[in-house]
Design a protein around this ligand. Structure first.
Ligand code: GDG
Length: 474
């Protein structure tokens, strides 16, 4: 039996866990994306296609009533499609070349192969005229491959990470194939309007199609729309969690365990070179060295969530950060008073909420970030309308959270000044800023995001009657 909605994403929204009795089972991954998409899936008889992690093959299964179709990857595919082309080529290229992207033809071939398998399986699962929503940079060829197999489908694509300006994108040897892959969709969604504009401009320049504002007119009569849909979080869910007694108590306990400093700075990031962890810790260390802050008054809690540990860049980054933390604590700390409290681990959602509640200054300083949900989660958890957010201008979230202390993460002195201002801000000032940011997040939550994308995808008229010549550029 087919489905009226197919969600296609690199990962399935579940993790394989071993329970107390040593039995393996599936557990739903935490996170807003799944909870936002779940109601849409239920309303449309949906199914989710994705990689379950690892190399083991599984039959389709259900978790909490959600239909899931796992697509296995071989060890070579994990190495070349996931770690290679996705995380070694596209990830750095799309994040302003913060690290040097590597271009390998074998990685590309495997990327094509995996995308084809996703497209073929999706084509089998979709009912006549069904809607398919493809997610993220690992699967940019799926829309076109699927369109060829199933012209009857309505196809949407959403990119969670930035889409780079033409000057960087054109480094990619397979730039035209990627653009054509995305053009298989009826609607291509991005975090920010600038990314949609980058895409339209590239399509015009590199593929040679006619474009007007946010529309691309294809020679076959189809119209593709590119637009921004800034993603968000389950704001009410986070707020409820933050208000719970157990989280409030845990936040108190965290403060106490840190020796009741006057103020707690907090960073929570996947350990990724785009997140700017090294520079922010350096800035904080310099403030202590300068005497602007002391280890009695302030501590920086940095949670670095393990990520992509098999990719070399990530291993080196971890070493660099840990060497810096060691040096700062060795130089600046005293017994029982480290400058940085560094944790290389991940936590349950409750502990995240308690950390957000405990922190006076949240520091989010990526060099480039599609959105950054951590910044939004912090705001949602500040139920007393206090706390300061120091936020990079280069995070998508900066477009909405205008009342944060916005910083350029490349500007060390600017970042130091912002950290200090946030630290010294008057309560009235903090409340004014936080209230405005909380209003924004409450009104634009992840449900609103999913609804607006789906509405746009389903409502759209996807054809035009213009006469356009076939593209000739290469
Ligand atoms: C990509 C884009 C875009 C983190 N540590 C733990 C944990 N988390 C959760 C956070 C947050 C999520 O993971 C991280 O999301 P971010 O947005 O901060 O960053 P990426 O992972 O890089 O996500 C990004 C996003 O996609 C969505 O489109 O915003 O720009 O790069 O929700 O809370 N959750 C738990 N324990 C942890 O230790 N439970």
């Amino acid at each position: 039996m087919g489905h009226d909605l197919v969600i296609v994403a690199n990962r399935l929204p579940v993790d394989r866990v071993t329970d107390r009795n040593g039995k393996n089972r599936w557990r739903r991954s935490p996170g807003g994306l799944v909870s936002a998409i779940e109601p849409v899936m239920r309303a449309h008889d949906g199914v989710w296609v994705g990689w379950p992690g690892g190399t083991q093959k599984f039959k389709p299964f259900k978790v909490d009533g959600l239909d899931l179709v796992p697509l296995a990857m071989s060890a070579e595919e994990i190495e070349e499609h996931y770690e290679g082309f996705s995380n070694g080529t596209l990830w750095p290229l799309y994040h302003d070349v913060v690290a040097k992207p590597e271009f390998h033809r074998e990685w590309w071939d495997t990327y094509v192969q995996v995308n084809r398998r996703f497209a073929e399986r999706t084509a089998e699962l979709a009912n006549d005229g069904a809607t398919v929503w493809v997610h993220d940079y690992q699967l940019q060829l799926v829309p076109q491959m699927l369109r060829e197999l199933r012209p009857d489908l309505r196809i949407g694509f959403y990119l969670h990470i930035p889409f780079p300006p033409a000057e960087l994108f054109q480094q990619l040897p397979w730039r035209r194939q990627i653009l054509e892959g995305l053009l298989g969709a009826d609607l291509v969604g991005f975090q920010l309007p600038g990314a949609a504009q980058n895409f339209i401009r590239l399509v015009r320049q590199r593929v040679g199609h006619k474009t007007h504002r946010d529309l691309v007119y294809l020679p076959d009569g189809r119209t593709v729309r590119a637009a921004a849909f800034p993603i968000s979080i389950d704001a009410a869910g986070f707020e409820e969690l933050a208000r719970s007694e157990s989280v409030a108590e845990r936040a108190e306990a965290i403060r106490e365990a840190l020796g009741d400093p006057r103020k707690i700075f907090l960073g929570i990031d996947r350990l990724d070179y785009t997140k700017g962890i090294y520079a922010r810790l350096r800035a904080f260390g310099e403030l202590i060295r300068d005497g602007a802050l002391t280890v009695d008054d302030a501590v920086f809690v940095q949670v670095a969530v393990p990520s992509r540990e098999r990719v070399e860049h990530y291993r080196n980054l971890r070493d660099d950060i840990e060497r810096l933390v060691g040096r700062l604590n060795g130089d600046l700390g005293r017994i029982g008073r480290p400058a940085i409290s560094y944790l290389h681990t991940s936590y349950p959602r409750e502990e995240m909420a308690a950390l957000y509640r405990a922190a006076d200054v949240m520091v989010v300083t990526p060099y480039r970030d599609g959105m950054n949900l951590v910044a939004k989660e912090y705001v949602a958890c500040r139920v007393d309308d206090d706390g300061a957010l120091v936020l990079s201008e280069f995070a998508g979230a900066a477009d909405e959270l205008r009342q944060a202390w916005l910083v350029n993460p490349y500007d060390m002195n600017g970042m130091k000044a912002a950290l200090l201002e946030a630290y010294n801000a008057e309560p009235k000032e903090l409340t004014r800023r936080m209230k405005a940011m909380r209003r924004q997040i409450a009104q634009h939550d992840v449900k609103a995001w999913a609804d607006s994308f789906m509405t746009e995808l389903e409502d759209e008229s996807h054809s035009h009657t213009k006469t356009v010549r076939p593209a000739t550029l290469s």
